[in-house]
Design a protein around this ligand. Structure first.
Ligand code: ADP
Length: 632
């Protein structure tokens, strides 16, 4: 051993200069030399190791295996790294173990075989390795997709990707490696986020963006990508690390929330959110602002009480009390809302509580029920109107029935006399067979004609009533000759005159054309003249006078008859009314009623003056649209 040391001064100098531990072992596994590094490494003083068995540097648990390896080593006698493929540990003087790497170099000096062992403490390297392994494992296990690209190669290709990246994108292996990440954009390249990524890679800055990416199968996914440049010691960018996060679900949820918020904001229905404790508004939507005229900012200083003039604070709190802590219930009531300008409108209010974190809020949805109210009102009005119409219809139905009954009794009564007159005259005409009895026949024929004319008038009256009842009466205005119409009326009336009665014909109507309903004018005069004849005794005069102005035609029919008793005068135009002094005279009580209705429909009127036993004067006014005096 000493020989070895003596003869190796040069070796010594060299071995101290080498930064690794050097230990020389003889065939007996004894240490013949150890440099300072080796001694330091194992915690011994310089020279302390010389002469010690190698085993003191080997942890107990490895010693047995080690001696086996040693014999193998000597058999092969070659230079190699010790324990290749295995983990080696050294034992320090203080019993600590540490990982090491040993290079074995056998050599022979003076016929003795030695082994020079180069010992390197790999604690640090191991630590780095472990940390590297851990980091790789972390990358592999990360829930984010991770890619590392090589910034120094052209087009920044991917050199690493983790399993999550494969999972998110659906691509794998060669489809990812050595390619630029842009394959994820598919054709959707025009995106703000992609531009940001491009710029930050160009400028060597980090960035975080949300972009639309596409999986291998074409499915869209929202990718939240953050790009981080990695620099070497000189500050040069060597790599980029891209971290991907599939945020599709979050994005969809965000979009849904955004949409819901949009619906809330844009809804034309009024929605209010207010604090259950302070009652102050927290939020309101567009509909609420639009309807009330307050801005959201103004609302934040208000409470529902500012909108609801019908409530005091205590009333309102009492009302919402039952639902404040129970959002399974809803409160519904109708009230009035007051706008900023002071006007009000009827509303239906739905309130519900909504608990957000620890804040208790109330959500009120308001429906403007102006239309509903109007509708209800209208409906009520319509119902009322219809009821009225029904009532009227029922009444007219009743009246019609009465009319029919009356008609039948009147027909039997009213028609009897003229019909028996017709029968008598007809019978008598049959008896006047001689030629010279023509005047007698004429007399009876006149009676028959008079009776038929009378019956026709009665029927006309009934038909008139029916038409008016059914609203089917129509009027026909036209130009007609006044004298012609009056002539016809007077001619027919003359046939009914009693002995000695005379109608004074108006003098001022020659060549006058008037614009009115000729049928009604004729019917009116006929009725009034017939009454005058009927209710005046023989040998009396009946005056028919006409007054004409530019816009009015007035008839006066004056008789010197029985007159109308004072007490009956107010009923004279009522249907079927007949005064007590005429009950022995034939009549229906319909004529004046019809005449009055027609005249009023045409914008005219009828009135009278009468004194019992002296006579009556009926006056009729009919408006004239145009009055023309015929030329020549
Ligand atoms: P009618 O003559 O068929 O009874 P009207 O309607 O023509 O029916 O007249 C209603 C009632 O008015 C008559 O029954 C009669 O009592 C009264 N009256 C109408 N005209 C006269 C008249 N010129 N003189 C007296 N009473 C009249």
């Amino acid at each position: 051993m000493r020989d070895f040391e003596k003869s190796n001064e040069i070796y010594k100098i060299l071995s101290e200069a080498i930064p690794e531990g050097i230990i020389v072992i003889n065939k007996e596994q004894k240490i013949v030399s150890a440099n300072k590094h080796a001694s330091d490494l194992f915690g011994y003083e310089v020279g302390e190791l010389v002469g010690k068995p190698l085993s003191i540097l080997i942890p107990n648990s490895y010693r047995k295996a080690h001696s086996g390896h040693v014999s193998g080593f000597y058999r092969n006698h070659e230079k190699r790294r010790m324990a290749e493929g295995r983990q080696l540990f050294g034992l320090r003087k203080n019993d600590q173990t540490f990982p090491l790497e040993v290079g074995l170099n056998p050599f022979t000096v003076y016929g003795n075989t030695y082994t020079l062992a180069l010992v390197i403490d790999i604690t640090k390297r191991k630590k780095i390795e472990e940390s590297q392994t851990m980091k790789t494992a972390a990358l592999e296990a990360a829930l984010n997709g991770i890619v590392i690209t090589d910034a120094q190669r052209e087009d920044n290709p991917v050199i690493y990707y983790n399993p999550t990246f494969e999972k998110i994108t659906g691509y794998s292996g060669d489809e990812i490696l050595n390619r630029n990440c842009r394959f994820l954009h598919a054709d959707d390249k025009d995106q703000e986020g992609i531009k940001t990524i491009r710029d930050s890679i160009k400028n060597g800055e980090k960035c975080r963006v949300q972009i639309r990416n596409y999986k291998k199968d074409g499915t869209l996914f929202w990718n939240e990508v953050s790009i981080n440049p990695i620099r070497d010691k000189a500050g040069k960018i060597t790599h980029f690390v891209g971290i991907q996060n599939d945020i599709t679900e979050r994005k969809i949820a965000e979009q849904e929330i955004f949409h819901l918020a949009k619906i809330f904001n844009e809804s034309l229905n009024e929605i209010y959110v207010f604090d259950a404790d302070t009652l102050k508004f927290i939020n309101v939507n567009y509909g609420a602002s639009k309807m009330t005229g307050y801005t959201l900012e103004e609302f934040k200083t208000l409470s529902p009480l500012d909108l609801k003039p019908d409530f005091s604070e205590s009333q309102f709190r009492k009302l919402i009390e039952p639902i404040v802590h129970d959002n399974s219930k809803k409160l519904q009531f109708e009230t009035v809302h007051r706008r900023k300008d002071g006007t009000t409108y009827p509303v239906e209010v739905h309130i519900q509580s909504s608990i957000n974190s620890d804040r208790n809020m109330m959500v009120a949805t308001i429906l403007d029920i102006t239309d509903k109210k109007n509708y209800t009102k209208k409906l009520e009005q319509t119902v009322e109107k219809r009821t009225e119409q029904l009532k009227k219809a029922l009444e007219s139905e009743k009246e019609l029935n009465e009319l029919k009954t009356k008609f039948l009794s009147m027909v039997s009564h009213e028609f009897k006399t003229p019909l028996s007159g017709i029968l008598t005259s007809a019978t008598l005409i049959g008896k006047y067979t001689k030629e010279e009895q023509q005047d007698k026949r004429d007399k009876h024929l006149k009676t028959i004609m008079g009776a038929v004319y009378h019956l026709t008038n009665i029927l006309d009256d009934f038909l008139s009533i029916e038409r008016m009842e059914k609203g089917k009466e129509s009027y026909q205005l036209s130009d007609f000759s006044l004298s012609k119409m009056i002539n016809e009326v007077v001619y027919n009336a003359n046939m009914l005159l009693k002995n000695g009665q005379h109608i004074n014909y108006p003098q001022n109507i020659e060549d006058v054309t008037v614009y009115q309903d000729e049928r009604i004018a004729s019917l009116t005069l006929t009725n009034l003249l017939h009454n005058a004849i009927k209710y005046a005794p023989e040998d009396t005069e009946i005056d028919l006078r006409v007054e004409l102005t530019d816009d009015m035609m007035v008839f006066h029919i004056k008789d010197n008859g029985i007159g109308i008793p004072e007490k009956d005068q107010k009923h004279i135009f009522d249907r079927y009314f007949r005064s007590e002094n005429v009950l022995l005279t034939q009549g229906t009580g319909i004529g004046l009623n019809i005449v009055k209705a027609h005249l009023e429909n045409l914008g005219g009127r009828i009135y009278f003056k009468s004194t019992e036993n002296k006579g009556s004067t009926f006056t009729v006014e009919m408006p004239l649209k145009t009055t023309k005096l015929a030329q020549g």
